[in-house]
Write a protein that binds this ligand. Structure first.
Ligand code: NAD
Ligand code: IPM
Ligand code: MN
Length: 352
């Protein structure tokens, strides 16, 4: 029995999480896998009502009592500084030390990609985004705020240990997936300190993996190559900010943000799973958001928990829905969020 914390969050996070939960329930009915879901109402609404974002002590509770956390999305126009989102999202990523953000870029059907002559085998790689350092650490400040002389400082931190563990993680992932190449991407031609460290660590760790070809692109060139020849990539490792940007690019290559899944991993602890997209406030509660990114995130989560067959059932079901145009409008289909979730559940049952 696995215990999963479910945090729908804000906006379409709530809409897509409802469908993701339906898929988990269908999987448990079809396969007999036992999973307990515990819901938490953390998000903008609770924050505005009670001033609570992520309650004191919850990290410890998640660590001790849960096997995984599923998060919808955070972000609400009523909280313009994103304070609650930072507390919850970064609270989990940093607080649980989820240092590897694993974001597959996988084409499920050629009709979904804007790339010409690109098939499933040409676009199938994983970005490992460093998830606990870089400009995200929140070190900085203002000087002479709101004057003409204002200075704003936002530091980027790269530690030897932090860079080493995420690069090592990416090598291990490449090994586990049978990939023959690992690509590291940085901006070491301009960022002569932080990314010089990335260069040196990549070389050192790489010596432990002589059977994996080591490839490098500067991040600007990587973005170009992702469009020009994505088939060269199997696993890509990069820093936090760059990883954020290229995974939105990758999401669009695979059919849109509504399809992209992600896993926030610490190999030794409880992990958190979330679609790559945000709360898309203009679509919130309108029953139009694509739930497939959230549903494919469930696949990642179940596979991480050791339920490989269950994960495969989900991916096959989503593929089937795409082939049949049983999709939401962003993918060209006629369905609402709820109908698209139902279609996946139906396709799961049909395989059983
Ligand atoms: P967003 O991902 O919410 O939406 C951008 C656009 O992508 C949408 O307008 C829509 O056209 C499309 N889109 C995204 N998800 C979709 C889906 N499931 N189905 C159909 N279309 C989809 O990004 P944004 O507009 O930049 O951000 C909105 C809010 O979400 C902000 O507050 C932002 O900070 C936050 N955000 C949160 C997360 C997270 O919680 N992990 C991630 C990204 C952004
Ligand atoms: C993501 C999001 C977040 C990030 C935002 C909401 C802070 O864009 O998960 O990709 O930058 O990590
Ligand atoms: Mn992002």
């Amino acid at each position: 029995m696995k215990r999963i914390a479910v945090i729908p969050g804000d906006g379409i996070g709530i809409d897509v999480t409802r469908e993701a939960v339906k898929v988990i329930e269908t999987i448990t009915q079809v396969t007999g896998t036992r999973v307990e879901l515990v819901h938490f109402d953390y998000g903008a609404e609770k924050y505005l009502r009670e001033g609570i974002s992520l309650p004191e002590g919850m990290l410890e509770t998640f660590r001790r009592e849960y096997d995984a956390i599923f998060l919808g999305a955070l972000g609400d126009p009523r909280v313009p500084d994103m304070k609650h989102a930072a507390d919850i999202l970064f609270g989990l990523r940093f607080g649980l030390d989820l240092f590897a953000n694993v974001r597959p870029i996988k084409l499920l059907h050629p009709k979904l990609t804007p790339l010409k002559n690109c098939t499933e085998k040409d676009l199938n790689f994983t970005v490992v985004r460093e998830n606990t350092e870089d400009m995200y650490v929140g070190i900085g400040g203002f000087f002479k705020k709101n004057t003409d002389d204002e200075v704003a400082i936002q530091e980027s931190i790269n530690t030897r240990k932090g860079v080493e563990r995420v690069i090592e993680f990416a090598f291990k992932l490449a090994e586990a997936e049978g990939a023959t190449t690992l690509t590291m991407s940085d901006k070491s031609n301009a960022l002569r300190y932080g990314h010089d460290l990335w260069q040196r660590v990549f070389e050192i760790v790489g010596k432990r993996y002589p059977h994996i070809k080591q490839n490098h692109w500067y991040i600007d060139a990587l973005s170009m190559q992702m469009v020009k020849k994505p088939s060269q990539f199997k696993v890509v490792v990069t820093s936090n900010v760059f990883g954020d940007i290229v995974t939105d690019l990758g999401a669009q290559l695979q059919g849109g943000l509504g399809l992209a899944a992600s896993a926030n991993i610490n190999p030794n602890g409880v992990c958190m799973f979330e679609p790559v997209h945000g709360s898309a406030p203009k679509y919130a509660g309108k029953n139009v958001a694509n739930p497939f990114g959230a549903i494919l995130t469930v696949q990642l989560m179940l596979e991480h928990l050791g339920y490989k067959t269950e994960g495969r059932l989900i991916e096959n079901a989503v593929r089937h829905c795409i082939v049949e145009d049983q999709t939401t409008q962003d993918l060209g289909g006629p369905l609402s969020t709820v109908e698209a979730g139902n279609a996946v559940c139906h396709a799961i049952r049909a395989q059983a």
